[in-house]
Design a protein around this ligand. Structure first.
Ligand SMILES: NC(=O)c1ccc[n+]([C@@H]2O[C@H](COP(=O)([O-])OP(=O)(O)OC[C@H]3O[C@@H](n4cnc5c(N)ncnc54)[C@H](O)[C@@H]3O)[C@@H](O)[C@H]2O)c1
Length: 304
């Protein structure tokens, strides 16, 4: 099959539904052989009794592409290891990892249970780290044996991780952690020829269609801005060899709008060259704040 990803083998986690499914179909259409992972859980992470990974792999094959299904939990060591093993056993190589799987347990902080904290951090943050670690170990071995892989990782953050989101303390913390993990991985894996970037998408999926029904619904005619398929072209490009030189970046993508996110950087600064007094540091902090740009509003909190 020809296309920007011809010859590449791509793993997409959480690809049985929503954005991951759209990415898997787009990679296959771009010529990649795809490992479609999905544990088939409900929106709150509880067992769902379905195998959507198998359905999406079959959909790709029916359209003339190549795909295999993997229905393991990417937030476990064995699930992540067998995910990478599946790519190597089925197709003999691994070129791109798209970390996308996850679920929600939204609560205001005062009601957020320890289980809901752990479950969401585990699925998103550990569910990014473990596949990344296993893929990186493979790419390091490839680089050491002189094969110079053009490895690519696309991680999935969220506006919630960049600005915060009311009722999503667990999710926002996990998604912010994914951005920091992306920066570290990009710096550490550069020497092996591996690029690591992150996206903050917005699209109509089961995660958003009820909470944001007004903004997510499809128009009767014209451009369906919230279709998940609008996010996938950037993910395919980042996951291809064509994105050479792009690493450690975060892109926001929604409908036809694409933004490079510019993150934390040092703003107004004062250096006394000695320890500040408490009142003195307070006065100085207020002076610096008056000069500083205001942060964007937390999602759900109205204008900042
Ligand atoms: N939809 C949006 O607007 C939006 C916005 C920002 C970020 N995101 C992120 O995009 C990603 C995809 O979300 P979506 O909206 O398509 O949701 P979705 O619920 O449609 O898809 C997520 C898939 O991940 C699978 N999954 C969950 N835990 C798993 C695990 N441990 N191992 C393997 N599979 C697992 C689920 O079974 C599900 O099919 C998520 O990381 C989400 O946080 C989505």
């Amino acid at each position: 099959m020809s296309g920007i990803c011809a010859g590449r083998v791509v793993v997409v986690t959480g690809a049985g539904r929503g954005l991951g499914r759209a990415h898997a179909l787009a990679f296959a259409a771009a010529g990649a052989r795809v490992v479609v992972n999905d544990l088939g859980v409900r929106l709150d992470g509880e067992p769902g009794g379905e195998n959507p990974a198998r359905a999406v792999a079959a959909e790709i094959r029916a359209a003339g592409g190549e795909a295999v299904a993997h229905d393991g939990d990417v937030a476990t060591g064995e699930g992540a290891a067998s995910l990478v093993r599946t790519a190597l056993e089925a197709y003999g190589r691994l070129d791109t990892l798209v970390n996308n799987a996850g679920f929600l347990r939204d609560r205001m902080l005062v009601n957020l249970g320890e289980d809901d904290w752990d479950a969401v951090l585990r699925a998103h943050l550990k569910g990014h780290f473990l596949p990344l670690r296993h893929a990186a170990a493979h790419w390091r071995a490839e680089a050491k044996s002189g094969r110079g892989p053009a490895g690519r990782v696309v991680n999935t953050s969220s506006g919630a991780g960049l600005l915060g989101s009311l009722g999503q303390g667990n999710y926002s913390a996990a998604k912010a952690g994914i951005v920091a993990l992306t920066l570290v991985a990009a710096a550490e894996l550069d020497r092996y020829g591996v690029q690591v970037n992150a996206i903050a998408p917005a699209a109509r999926t089961r995660m958003t269609e009820r909470a944001f029904a007004g903004t997510m619904s499809a128009p009767a005619t014209g451009f369906d801005a919230m279709a998940p398929e609008n996010v996938s072209p950037l993910v395919v490009w980042l996951g291809s060899a064509a994105s050479a030189g792009v690493s450690g970046r975060v892109f926001e993508v929604e409908g036809g709008r694409l933004s490079v996110m510019e993150g934390w950087h040092r703003g107004p600064t004062a250096d006394k060259g000695a320890r500040w007094g408490v009142e003195e540091v307070g006065e100085e902090a207020l002076r610096l704040l008056a000069e500083a740009a205001r942060p964007g509003a937390v999602y759900g909190a109205g204008p900042g």
